[in-house]
Design a binder for this molecule. Structure first.
Ligand code: NAP
Length: 233
């Protein structure tokens, strides 16, 4: 990298988000590790000090005032976000049938997995467009693939389909303006969400996300990727 880029990763105090921070810091990025709990975010950032330039920030993606406060604080410190990894998500009502899914479960899921992503993007993507450089990675899931969708985790799966639609919309809006926007599926990964029986490590899960976060100008936009390959919506 000729110029040091700054990456903001949401929901980064544990799991895949934390590993994405580690890999980006190791690649020379300045990393803003965002977590909704200040103490957990700082403790997580402490574990990465040796990996590179990592600072913790408080961000609950469902809190509009908190998003504005973080954007204003970074602006004051002249920290421009070049890379946004929308990683924070919740998995609610996993084993429920679609018609038994409650409105509250849908609301909770969509608040974080879609509305939060749109709100955080709205705070940081305009700056990327103005500077004509940006990479946005929406951490999605094959659970959201319409091409193969079954009955698994209805609220979560529908939220990830909607997230993918947001990827397509934002990519179309920013096309040709230096900003590349893509969705990534990390695979089934051993985290709080994925459980201990998952076949993939966080390192493997973070790989495609970091690849998309660090794309060259000639890279793709508006795609859905797993293992660095395009997959069906
Ligand atoms: P995880 O271990 O459950 O971690 C989720 C992270 O999101 C935590 O840091 C959590 O914070 C944070 N978070 C939740 N709600 C938030 C909010 N409102 N504001 C800010 N942060 C919030 O999950 P993971 O497995 O690392 O998942 C990361 C991403 O990969 C998600 O988008 C997930 O859908 C996707 N994914 C995971 C798998 C898998 O097998 N693990 C498969 C496909 C896709 P707290 O610690 O405060 O709860």
């Amino acid at each position: 990298m000729s110029e040091q880029r700054t990456a903001l990763v949401t929901g980064a105090n544990r799991g895949i988000g934390l590993e994405v921070c580690r890999q980006l810091a190791a690649a020379g990025y300045r990393v803003v590790l965002a977590a909704r709990d200040r103490a957990k975010g700082e403790a997580a950032a402490d574990t990465l000090r040796r990996a590179g330039d990592v600072t913790a920030a408080v961000l609950d993606v469902t809190d509009a005032a908190g998003i504005r406060a973080l954007a204003a604080d970074l602006e004051r410190r002249r920290i421009h976000i070049d890379v946004l990894v929308n990683n924070a998500a919740v998995l609610v009502g996993e084993s429920r049938a679609v018609l038994a899914t409650t409105a509250d479960e849908l609301r909770t899921t969509f608040e974080t997995n879609l509305f939060g992503v749109v709100a955080v993007s709205a705070a940081f993507v305009p700056g990327m467009v103005a500077r004509r450089y940006g990479r946005v990675v929406n951490v999605s899931s094959k659970a959201g693939q319409l091409a193969s969708m079954g009955t698994y985790a209805p609220a979560y799966s529908m939220s990830k389909s909607a997230l993918n639609a947001f990827t397509v919309q934002l990519a179309a809006e920013t096309r040709g303006r230096g900003v590349l926007v893509n969705s990534a599926c990390p695979g089934w990964v051993r985290t709080g969400m994925g459980g201990r029986g998952a076949p993939r490590s966080v390192e493997e899960g973070a790989d495609t996300i970091v690849w998309l976060a660090t794309l060259p100008a000639s890279g793709p936009t508006g795609g859905f990727f797993s293992d660095r390959r395009v997959i069906d919506w």
